[in-house]
Design a protein around this ligand. Structure first.
Ligand code: ATP
Length: 347
């Protein structure tokens, strides 16, 4: 097991592009950390620097107590699981899983025992003599996991491992990976652009944007207290509603003058208001919600329309009888987040 420490780690590619700006954070021993962000935000670059597949331009990377900036990937005591599984097509499942152990001077009987144990954990026992082409996508992904597990690494690195699977299998595999990680207790870093994977798998999430950390926190912190407009709109499906409002006469007011919360009378100017779709109260209040479309999603319903002339979505349970049309709503003060409209930073 290992703690991982990054101290002002930066990456500038040879063409001068700064993909990761100086970045500092620590991953606790046994923690499951998810790096999430849109395409191009630098998450793979960061993971590849930790793996040793990409040179670190500046800063210090430690795995355990050891500075590993210039340590060969093979000597970092890590195991990586990739999106494309990286299996050897001509080898059986058994040989694929055993492959990383064969040049380490480990006795054949011990290798066989480790492969059997991993296959048992991953429900691959019946497939050990098959080739990867004779497996489903989910089974191939399990083989890739098996290969990582048998090496007993102090750190697992996952690079979008579920991207090639269909939605149902992705849900199933994310539960399996999380359960396995809990059981093994191995420190893990997991890269994804899928905010649902980030929310459901992580002990802590790092949201990256343009090579910069927007926020580090538990899934609950990231969801309920987003540090910026970017995090508020990236995490959550549908995302947090953001509406432009004003500080005026001791209150935060929408464009139609409705006061949604008290504010220090000294404050003036524009403000961006954020509220999660499930925190809206419909049926009473001074603000109005002009609902244009109702989406039925089985257990709940999404109401889409406009508040104060701006796009707005509310989430209600399936029992709610609300239909399209104009309805009074309340935006409860305790559920509102206030952001600086210029910088996007939470106030
Ligand atoms: P994705 O989800 O699409 O894989 P990502 O967040 O993993 O995106 P990276 O692959 O880390 O993003 O890339 C970060 C930025 O660095 C991107 O703008 C990318 O174009 C750029 N980049 C990546 N590799 C190089 C390179 N070898 N030379 C120059 N720029 C690069």
């Amino acid at each position: 097991m290992a703690r991982v420490t990054l101290d002002r780690v930066r990456k500038t590619y040879p063409n001068g592009f700064e993909a990761v700006q100086p970045t500092t954070f620590e991953i606790e021993d046994g923690e499951f950390l998810v790096l999430v962000g849109p395409s191009g935000c630098g998450k793979s670059t960061l993971l590849r620097m930790i793996a040793g597949l990409e040179e670190i331009t500046e800063g210090t990377l430690k795995i355990g107590d050891r500075v590993v900036n210039t340590v060969d990937p093979a000597d970092r005591d890590i195991a990586m699981v990739f999106q494309n599984y990286a299996l050897y097509p001509h080898m059986t499942v058994r040989r694929n899983i055993a492959y990383g152990l064969q040049n380490r001077g480990i006795a054949k009987t011990e290798i066989a025992a480790k492969v059997d144990e991993a296959a048992r954990m991953l429900n691959l026992g019946d497939y050990l003599d098959r080739k990867p082409s004779q497996l489903s996508g989910g089974q191939r992904q399990r083989v890739a996991m098996g290969r990582a597990i048998v090496r007993d690494p102090s750190l697992f690195l996952f690079d979008e491992p579920l991207s090639n699977l269909d939605a149902k299998l992705r849900n199933q595999m994310r539960i399996e990976i999380k359960a396995l990680q809990r059981r093994l207790g191995v420190t893990s870093i997991y890269v994804t652009h899928d905010q649902v994977e980030a929310m459901t798998m992580a002990d802590r999430i790092i949201v990256l944007n343009g090579g910069v950390i927007e926020q580090i926190g538990t899934p609950a912190e990231i969801y309920h207290s987003p540090a910026s407009v970017f995090v508020a709109s990236f995490m959550g499906a549908p995302p947090m509603n953001l509406i432009e409002a004003q500080f005026e006469s001791g209150a935060v007011r929408l464009a139609d003058g409705t006061a949604v919360m008290a504010a220090p009378s000294s404050r003036t100017g524009q403000i961006t208001l954020g509220i999660r779709p499930e925190d809206v109260r419909i049926g009473e209040g001074e603000t109005t919600f002009d609902i244009a479309l109702v989406e039925e999603l089985g257990a709940h319903r999404l109401l889409h329309g406009k508040v104060s002339g701006q796009p707005f979505t509310a989430h209600v349970l399936k029992e709610s009888p609300i239909e399209a049309g104009v309805h009074p709503i309340t935006l409860p003060g305790e559920a509102l987040a206030l952001f600086d409209p210029q910088t996007g930073v939470r106030l």
